[in-house]
Design a protein around this ligand. Structure first.
Ligand code: ACO
Length: 310
């Protein structure tokens, strides 16, 4: 296994201002705040108005550049994880290159689709590419316009999702302690359980069962790969799908729920954006370096777990 010493040198996030509460949903669907809160933990979600996954990706990327006054000319790799681009081509990453004014540079830019696990997949791809020595600075983004693909008449899915983007700039580290570890994977047999064609369709209970099984497994596997125990991890940043899923994982692992960072009450499930968005929130409040563990799952099925210093 090749070492992947990386450092996240800056992060950024963006969510639209427009908020939709559970009570707002109860005006258009046969649902209520009590049902949504007890089944999911979600209270609000931010819904884009006139913005796309491209616009949100750009705003999060710009924040990541501005936050540390980062020299954007250093960026030579852009990867965007998204399942909600309004266009098939150009990729969101291509458009971010242009919007950042980097068209004069020879940048490799592409999007990936691994549903809600997309950001963790993208970080592994970026880590591998920059560790090869061929690239120096990767801008990795998760951006989702989930409100554009939900069926607004389906109460079992519409209430779950929100819109947002998160971005991270990653460079190679010369400190071997910054080695990153991944346990990403897929099981391509979920047809009929979770798919988007053209709107989100989901057998919620099946997804739930998959999530509570794979999340602890992924955490154990990535810890094993790193030769670490859970006590070596400062915070777990889980994909923000459902409070009950995270609670079940905490119980399964005999860990206090406080070890798991959460913001789903405010933003709902923002798919590939949820982990980088939460990472930036966390970094803003805790600027000192910490070792974090990302863990997510999504359509495909896919899953992703990573341990890295942030
Ligand atoms: N308000 C009121 N009632 C509702 C609602 C709602 N919003 N949605 C469903 N119900 C009803 C159902 O119709 C059903 O009624 P019935 O018993 O009369 O048939 C009842 O509530 C129970 O429905 P279930 O689907 O069995 O409810 P469950 O307890 O499983 O909770 C939920 C549903 C929240 C979706 C849960 O299964 C879950 O969280 N699953 C995982 C979902 C997930 O994480 N998806 C995203 C993963 S991938 C990605 O992030 C892209």
């Amino acid at each position: 296994m090749k070492n992947l010493p990386i450092k996240i040198v800056s992060t950024g996030r963006y969510a639209p201002d427009n908020v939709m509460t559970n009570d707002d949903f109860s005006k258009i669907l046969d649902t209520n705040d009590e049902w949504i809160t007890t089944r999911t933990g979600i209270k609000r979600r931010h819904i884009a108005q006139g913005e796309t996954a491209i616009d949100m990706a750009y705003k999060a990327a710009l924040k990541a550049v501005e936050n540390k006054n980062y020299d954007k000319e250093k960026i030579d790799l852009i990867i965007v994880a998204s399942i909600t681009s309004p266009v098939k081509t150009p990729s969101i990453a291509n458009l971010i290159q242009a919007k950042l004014g980097l068209n004069h540079k020879n940048i490799v830019a592409f999007d990936i689709n691994a549903a809600c696990s997309g950001f963790v997949y993208a970080v592994e791809i970026a880590a591998s590419m920059i560790s090869s020595g061929n690239y120096k600075s990767a801008l990795v983004i998760g951006s989702e316009h989930m409100s554009s693909i939900i069926d607004w008449e389906d109460r079992s899915t519409a209430i779950l999702f929100g819109d947002a983007a998160g971005a991270a700039i990653i460079e190679v580290s010369d400190n071997p302690k910054d080695n990153a570890y991944f346990w990403n994977g897929s099981r391509g047999d979920d047809t009929g359980i979770l798919w988007i064609d053209p709107k989100v369709k989901m057998a919620g209970r099946e997804v739930y069962k998959f999530a509570v099984d794979i999340m602890p497994k992924a955490i154990h596997k990535v810890l094993e790969k790193a030769g670490l125990t859970i006590d070596d991890i400062d915070y777990i940043i889980p994909h923000q799908a459902n409070y009950r899923i995270i609670q079940s994982v905490a119980k399964d692992m005999n860990l206090p729920i406080e070890r798991f960072l959460m913001n789903l009450e405010e933003y709902g499930n923002t798919s590939a954006a949820s982990i980088p968005f939460l990472l930036d929130e966390h970094k803003t409040n805790n600027p000192e370096v910490k070792r974090v563990l990302f863990v997510g799952f999504g359509g495909g099925f896919t899953w992703g777990a990573a341990i890295l210093n942030v």
